[in-house]
Ligand binder design. Structure first.
Ligand code: 2AM
Length: 507
């Protein structure tokens, strides 16, 4: 190895937009970054673009040869992979391994499934390498000027990566949690609390990033239901709704997703400038899978993240466009509806429904992470996770500061809804929330997320659910036994039900 060539602080493989922007972010913060891409022309184009206009171009070093790329990085080497998740990541890592030396650190910044991250960490550790699976949230702009970074892996590897990750992460005011967002190329923000911290061992970082995305699904769905209600029940036009979201963004719903909704709703259609763009966008939502992963994990772990799952199913239902159009001509909705009065009051009620549902959605996400940490033996700091999500990422919101404060007051909080601040908000908003859900039901407007969040709230606060009958049914047909209200937990009983000659069916 020629030491004179080993000058870069870090390397990055995978120069799609996210990779490019992360490189520029690191270079802006004074780190020298070696870059490599499977298709060399993309690396060359990127270097040319840097040299044409990026203030930190001198710190971006392109390599066409993988061996030379690896050798150009200071040891222990830190190499970030931002390549296609799944087989792409495995292939890219495998290609790089022959050039690496013991103790080098591989960082996967892609949207990996946490199970893959656990596997990769084990495999690479057995070969003498360190592995960090880091969630990177915030889209292209976040990667460029400050993402929310959720790294999981060994503490030793994190110590090595920490100065770079802290430097490039989004920053928030340490006292108020307000994001500091006044950035520009070559002029990064250096003050404030970085939106990154060591999340835990193995797959913890990618798991937490996945839950972030699951929450993002429900956050978006709730906003869409608020929009649907204003549009259908109040006949409001997009620009009027935009103003409502703008107002909401000045209060306790202040968040990136509410802000972009306000922006989207006032956007004119470039093809038909008299119309609003949102009215020309086809109502079928895509998905890349992280919401589904969150819901599947919730099912696997037995955690009632029903609102998150509902948001995934809402996208699935939206995708059945042709079927829905056909059904809309055959399946009737409610008749003889009264005209809705009290527009201002209904808008306020929709705000309450959205806020209360959002509390439930986050409660589910945090409850899921609490169960996952038991399953995978992680030690998650929920207050820190909420703080990391305060800036840079898609779900960034003022609301998250309240979550950090709730866990600071009680690290063992069993459910976010029980924290005094959120309990008060739920108590204050619930009448309006119920009114909105019942109005929607009466008028045949689908509000699956508002409704399932409310069912979660009511289910969680109900001391006696009808599961006594359910368990009796299970004992009846399958001799599954039951526990008794007047006996200690863990003692199981069975009754010889009358219909004994029925065949026993397994459920
Ligand atoms: P490419 O430019 O050669 O296609 C996003 O797709 C990024 O992942 C791109 O930089 C892409 O490289 C890279 N990528 C996808 N699959 C890969 C693989 N098997 N090995 C290396 N890089 C890969």
């Amino acid at each position: 190895m020629n030491d004179r060539t080993t000058t870069s602080d870090i390397g990055l493989i995978g120069l799609a937009v996210m990779g490019q922007n992360l490189v520029l972010n690191m270079a802006d913060h004074g780190f020298t970054v070696s870059v490599y891409n499977r298709t060399t022309s993309k690396m060359e184009d990127f270097i040319a673009r840097c040299q044409a206009g990026e203030p930190s171009a001198e710190r971006v070093i392109g390599h066409a040869d993988l061996g030379a790329f690896v050798r150009s990085i200071k040891r222990p080497r830190k190499i970030v992979f931002l390549v296609k998740a799944g087989a792409g990541t495995d292939a890219a890592i495998a290609g790089c391994l022959p050039h690496l030396e013991s103790g080098d650190i591989i960082i996967d910044g892609g949207n990996a499934n946490w199970n893959d991250t656990i596997r990769r960490e084990k495999e690479l550790r057995a070969k003498g390498f360190e592995f960090i699976g880091s969630g990177v949230s915030g889209g292209e702009l976040g990667a460029r000027f400050g993402p929310s970074l959720m790294p999981g892996g060994s503490k030793k590897a994190w110590k090595s990566l920490e100065p770079i990750w802290r430097a490039i992460a989004a920053k928030v005011d340490p006292k108020t949690g307000e994001p500091l967002e006044d950035y520009a190329p070559g002029k990064p923000i250096t003050k404030g609390e970085p939106c990154t911290a060591h999340i835990g061992a193995g797959g913890a970082g990618h798991y937490v990033k996945m839950v972030h995305n699951g929450i993002e699904y429900i956050d978006m769905q709730l906003i869409c239901e608020a929009y649907m209600l204003m549009k259908t029940l109040l006949g409001m036009k997009p620009d009027k709704m935009s103003k409502v979201f703008e107002d909401w963004n000045a209060g306790d719903l202040d968040s990136y997703l509410i802000q972009i909704t306000a922006d989207i709703l006032q956007q004119r259609d470039p093809a038909r400038p008299k119309k609003f763009l949102v009215d020309s966008v086809l109502d079928t939502a895509g998905q890349k899978g992280t919401g589904k992963w969150t819901s599947v994990s919730a099912l696997d772990l037995g955690i009632p993240a029903n609102a998150i799952a509902e948001a995934v199913f809402a996208r699935c239902l939206s995708a059945l466009k042709e079927e829905r159009v056909a059904a809309s001509k055959k399946l009737k909705g409610p008749k003889d509806l009264k005209e809705i009065r009290g527009k201002k009051q209904l808008i306020e009620s929709i705000h309450s429904a959205l806020y209360c549902s959002k509390i439930c959605a986050y409660a589910q996400g945090f409850q899921l992470m609490a169960e996952a940490q038991k399953e995978y033996d992680w030690k998650l700091d929920f207050g820190a996770i909420a703080q990391i999500w305060r800036g840079g990422c898609i779900i960034r919101a003022r609301f998250l500061q309240k979550i950090t404060e709730a866990y600071a007051a009680d690290a063992e909080l069993p459910n976010l809804m029980l924290a005094p601040y959120f309990r008060k908000a739920l108590h204050k908003g619930q009448d309006a929330w119920r009114k909105v859900v019942s109005l929607a039901v009466r008028h045949g407007v689908p509000v699956p997320a508002f409704g399932s969040a409310l069912a979660y709230y009511d289910g969680y606060r109900t001391a006696v659910l009808p599961a006594n009958l359910l368990q009796a049914q299970r004992d009846y047909f399958g001799a599954h036994t039951y526990e008794r209200t007047d006996e200690p937990r863990g003692k199981y009983f069975h009754v010889d039900w009358p219909e004994k000659d029925r065949p026993q069916l397994e459920m």
